[in-house]
Design a protein around this ligand. Structure first.
Ligand SMILES: [Zn+2]
Ligand SMILES: [Zn+2]
Length: 162
């Protein structure tokens, strides 16, 4: 007789062994019918339970996988928020890098679609009018000084030969 360890009633993380199932086809492994905390029943090979390789019906792995993308901006958290001149009106389709985009109303009356991260970091604060105004201001500021008055040679005092 082969050595047989009875696992019935034992718990392996989320799995509780209910009863022995018909042996697996592979290497005659002892198979166990287990019930997961989530309610799913699954037959699992004894060695996989003992080694800790299998700890749930699969729901544990699924949950761990799902948790990762939650780092991205939740879908509704920008709605109605104001960033500079922009008020967020609604969500748009993600761009091709899967960044969430939002339809914004600018105080100048224009609407524009802005990537969430640009709103949050403050890189985009208007439909573009703010930058245009700033550029215009900068241009005024850097406008060349009025040209030097050219000497009036009609003035007899300035004539080089006088
Ligand atoms: Zn489960
Ligand atoms: Zn604007």
């Amino acid at each position: 007789m082969t050595r047989f360890v009875n696992l019935v009633g034992r718990r392996f993380t989320r799995l509780v062994v209910i009863e022995r199932a018909p042996n697996g086809l592979l290497q005659g492994q002892t198979m166990w019918l287990c019930k997961c905390d989530c309610g799913t029943e699954k037959v699992i090979a004894g060695p996989n339970l003992n080694s800790g390789k299998v700890r749930s019906c699969g729901c544990l792995a699924a949950e761990t996988k799902v948790r990762k993308p939650r780092k991205t901006v939740p879908e509704n958290n920008l709605l109605g928020r104001v960033f500079g001149r922009l008020t967020v009106l609604g969500r748009e389709e993600d761009n091709r890098w899967r960044a969430s985009r939002w339809l914004c109303q600018c105080t100048c009356g224009e609407k524009s679609i802005v990537v969430a991260s640009r709103l949050i970091t403050g890189r985009t604060k208007s439909c573009g009018c703010l930058a245009k105004e700033r550029r215009a201001e900068a241009r005024c500021f850097r406008a060349p000084p009025p040209p030097e008055p050219t000497p009036d040679f009609s003035d007899p005092l300035l004539k080089p030969w006088s």
